[in-house]
Design a protein around this ligand. Sequence first.
Ligand SMILES: NC(=O)c1ccc[n+]([C@@H]2O[C@H](COP(=O)([O-])OP(=O)(O)OC[C@H]3O[C@@H](n4cnc5c(N)ncnc54)[C@H](OP(=O)(O)O)[C@@H]3O)[C@@H](O)[C@H]2O)c1
Length: 252
Amino acid sequence: MKLNQKRVLITGASSGIGYQLALQMARQGARLALVARSEDKLQSLRQEIEKHHGIAIPMPTDISEAETIYQTVAQAASQLGGLDLVIANAGVGIVMPAHKMKPHHVDRMLQVNLQGAIHTLLAGLQLMLDSGGGQLVGISSLAGFRGLPQSAVYSATKSGLITFMESLRVEYRHKNIRVTTICPGFVHTPMTEKNTQPMPFALSAEKAGSKIISAIEAEKKLYCFPTPLGYGIRLLHCLPNFLFDPLVGLNR
Ligand SMILES: NC(=O)c1ccc[n+]([C@@H]2O[C@H](COP(=O)([O-])OP(=O)(O)OC[C@H]3O[C@@H](n4cnc5c(N)ncnc54)[C@H](OP(=O)(O)O)[C@@H]3O)[C@@H](O)[C@H]2O)c1
């Protein structure tokens, strides 16, 4: 899918990867609906995009409220004249030992990373089926391939999203619904700025954004990056538990 004149909705557009996706897609001529809670940040992104003659509509929304997401997606389609591409990118990453997690940490990650993403994509799917097709993109994570220490809930939400995307892909493959699952490794964004653990092969949000856009344009089914970490984590995926457990639990 070439992005010029495409109608795109992006969640989590106020920051990090989503911000970069919006900015770079606008430069390629896409018309955008920008979704996140922070209206001020969405407005300044809109101004930035308009400086370069792009089109972007801020749509402040809390995607942990299911009904609200469907309304936002419908409004975006009505204002842009339809939707060609919906990107479920908004996410929350809380890294801590599982026994220290409070119910609100668990609820937030489930509500945003999994439920919010699912509702966003289902709202997009329904519109696309009515209009003859489109592309759905879910921003998961390499952390979704195996349960990692300190990330039990985060890994579970990202794993759930990978499986959800796969179901959509096979279920709608004859309906002109293209499905792309993106699994980034470490990216420097506000989500990771307080991370005290090493972040091997970490990329800037700008670089991650351009890699994700190339994968979307190529309509890849699954895109894991950066390449060395992508291969590494998929190798871990195949590793039997008796090797995986001591390796990943090392030094803990
Ligand atoms: N950074 C990494 O290393 C990394 C690696 C793999 C995968 N990912 C995934 O990439 C995606 C983007 O992450 P990022 O690193 O760019 O994080 P980020 O900079 O913290 O951005 C997260 C975005 O999600 C939005 N968001 C959070 N809660 C929301 C809610 N309830 N309703 C609507 N929007 C909400 C935030 O906007 P508001 O606060 O304005 O609502 C923000 O725009 C996430 O799904 C993340 O899991 C990131």
